[in-house]
Design a protein around this ligand. Structure first.
Ligand code: AHR
Length: 660
């Protein structure tokens, strides 16, 4: 039931039952004493920007595993990119890229390797052969004693079988893991092996050498650590995924961002292209200027959400492409393109099929595909986003309406999230909200990236929002920067999201990941390279709010100087644990400031509480080189019914209180 249907039925109850019924409702809320707020308030936004997926969270170690890189993605790229042709031991032969009878029609390119002569010179000490070498994403990280799952498809083209020597190799040519496989079929066949690393090494390459003369076709050459997050096949990098799990997000939005609506109609993210065996997925250009294998596809996103107890929030295109399509980002280009009306019925079906795929019984067409992939149980999809900060044009409106009405009619249990442009105000924001009101869209997605000062001076934004209308999903926001001052400005704002948690249903900071040397969006939450990650102060603020969510909000518990906008505070209770959680924020970079806490409304509190403080120099930030400048510090803290708390300059404090 959304806010509009809830409101209608509430009004009906009041009319039918008169005063007695409304008194009962008031009495119930007095028992709890707090205002109900969203249980889904803080979650994550994931987009494959800054090499967040391929080369990032997705644990695949081989780059361009299916020979699908192309100059359309980057002028200097082609199907051979990241594959070096090698002929050690005075061997010779050739490689070519072919498209005739591929492994699957969705995966058109493959490599043909011909070993004409494998050298046998006695003076040569290493492995001789004709082959290829892949450095992964700037080197493959392997750990001594750990196992790596190798798989590839091969088709033997010569009469005789070809023996392949496969190894992980250091820069000096030393093998630190190896295995041999001989071709055994003239049709495409999948081969698998396990490589065990004898040494820890950060920049290994995968070598595949034909060690006997002959010819074969190769495709989808893949290498994964066995140690992925929760050991999932085709899984996620364990360390990065754990950082997300540690945030305890209520939901994860995916796959974007602008990646969702895409750079032109043929670049939209179509969910059906991203499920099934990896060799059958449709790889494509990434709007952010690189390649998407979609190995991290819908199944993997849903599985990850389940693995960390977050609700999945897929966002699908509203059948229009990004308004910045076809040109330099935000400059010129072809603009928003809309799917032709005669394709809309199929497109709407695609959206409905996603709901069946996620939640339908195994006996349904799409539920059966989910079960075949290994997940017979429902994924319990509750939310679906339609559109991503699209330009609100007549083309968008007509298509959004068709999709929205079809979902509402067939799946009233699903909450649809609409969209209100890329800024906190302006034409698209106004038109987007007006349109959402007209259609009574239950939740509307707002996006804004702006100055930290904006967050301070707009901390009362949502206090003014209409409670009888659509709720808000603040789907993308960040203040410009990763210094402590940025994070604390966001913390001020997040207390206001809690205060307004009756109208703000969800919020997610964006973007999430940025890979060192591949960062396209300067302000991000987690910076990482192949071996490590640096957590920004913004990460810690998000984590402290997310891991300390409540479902009841109490006003007037923390008193501060009303005129001082650098101070902000909130008090929530988590009714599952009964814990009371106080958040106290001081955005002043120089002066510690005192707030008065009055907990007398709560009975039976334990005096021994826990306090976590994030503070430091306003301009400090964590980098990959110097990770730990700013980290939260937790300590024991004794509370009483009333007390004064002096918040250090530029700080967020979370006090968690247990009940007896
Ligand atoms: O988060 C980065 C980008 O910002 C998103 O892709 C887009 O939706 C927004 O403009």
């Amino acid at each position: 039931m959304n806010r509009f249907t809830k409101l209608a039925s509430f009004k009906k109850i009041i009319l039918l039952a008169g005063v007695a019924c409304s008194c009962a409702l008031v009495a119930q809320s007095q028992t709890t004493g707090g205002k109900k707020i969203s249980t889904d308030l803080f979650g994550l936004f994931f987009e494959d920007i800054n090499y967040a997926a391929d080369g990032g969270l997705y644990a695949e170690m081989v780059q361009n595993r299916s020979f699908e890189y192309s100059p359309a993605e980057r002028r200097e790229w082609n199907p051979f990119s990241y594959w070096e042709y090698i002929t050690p031991g005075y061997s010779y032969g050739k490689i070519s890229v072919e498209t005739n009878e591929p492994v699957h029609a969705n995966n058109p390119h493959y490599m043909v390797l011909t070993a004409e002569h494998v050298g046998h010179e006695e003076s040569f000490k290493g492995d001789a052969g004709v082959g290829i070498k892949n450095p992964g994403f700037e080197g493959m990280v392997v750990k001594a004693g750990e196992k790596y799952n190798l798989s590839f498809f091969a088709r033997q083209l010569s009469e005789k079988a070809v023996t392949l020597k496969i190894s992980l190799q250091k820069k000096d040519g030393k093998n630190i893991a190896e295995t041999n496989i001989s071709t055994a079929s003239k049709d495409w066949k999948k081969y698998t092996a396990t490589l065990t690393a004898s040494e820890t090494y950060d920049t290994a390459s995968l070598i595949i050498l034909a060690a006997t003369e002959g010819q074969l076709a190769l495709d989808v050459i893949s290498l994964f650590p066995q140690n992925t997050f929760k050991g999932r096949a085709n899984g996620l990098r364990a360390d990065l995924a754990q950082l997300l799990a540690d945030m305890h997000p209520a939901f994860i939005r995916f796959p974007g961002g602008c990646l969702t609506h895409g750079d032109g109609l043929d670049n939209m993210y179509r969910w059906k292209n991203t499920i099934g065996p990896i060799e059958q997925r449709v790889e494509q250009r990434n709007i952010w200027g690189y390649h998407q294998t979609v190995g991290l596809g819908y199944y993997e996103y849903f599985q990850f959400c389940e693995d960390i107890g977050a609700k999945p929030l897929p966002v699908l295109p509203a059948a229009v492409s990004c308004q910045n399509s076809g040109g330099t980002w935000r400059v010129g280009g072809t603009g928003q393109k809309a799917l032709p009306m005669d394709e809309m019925q199929d497109y709407i079906q695609e959206v409905l099929d996603l709901i069946e795929w996620a939640n339908g019984p195994v006996t349904s067409e799409w539920g059966a595909k989910r079960a075949a992939a290994g997940h017979p149980a429902s994924f319990n999809l509750e939310y679906i986003g339609i559109g991503n900060e699209d330009k609100i044009t007549p083309e968008f409106e007509s298509r959004f309406k068709m999709i929205y009405e079809a979902v509402k009619a067939k799946h009233p249990e699903i909450t649809v999230i609409g969209t209100a442009g890329p800024f906190h105000s302006g034409e698209d924001w106004e038109k987007g909200w007006q349109f959402a009101h007209q259609l009574q869209v239950p939740v509307v997605d707002e996006h804004y990236y702006t100055d930290p000062k904006w967050f301070i001076s707009n901390q009362y934004r949502y206090d003014k929002y209409n409670r009888d209308s659509s709720e808000v999903y603040l789907g993308e926001y960040a203040s410009w920067g990763n210094k402590l001052r940025n994070a604390i400005a966001e913390a001020v704002y997040m207390t206001s999201l809690e205060r307004n948690g009756d109208v703000v249903r969800m919020a997610s900071y964006a973007p999430l990941f940025a890979k060192d040397k591949f960062t396209q969006w300067t302000t991000d939450m987690i910076f990482f390279n192949n071996t490590t990650a640096s957590l920004t102060p913004n990460y810690y603020v998000q984590q402290l709010f997310s891991a300390n969510r409540g479902d009841l909000y109490f006003s007037n518990v923390i008193k501060k100087d009303a005129k001082d906008s650098s101070l902000a505070a909130s008090c929530v209770q988590d009714s599952k644990t009964s814990d009371i959680i106080l958040k106290l924020v001081n955005y002043d970079s120089a002066v510690a400031k005192t707030m008065k806490v009055d907990l007398s409304r709560f009975k039976k509190m334990q005096p021994a509480a826990e306090k976590t403080v994030l503070t430091g120099d306003a301009n400090a930030q964590n980098t990959l080189q110097e990770k730990n400048n700013i980290t939260p510090v937790t300590s024991a803290y004794n509370i009483s019914k009333t007390f004064n708390y002096t918040a250090p300059p530029m700080s967020l404090t979370v006090i968690r209180i247990k009940m007896k």
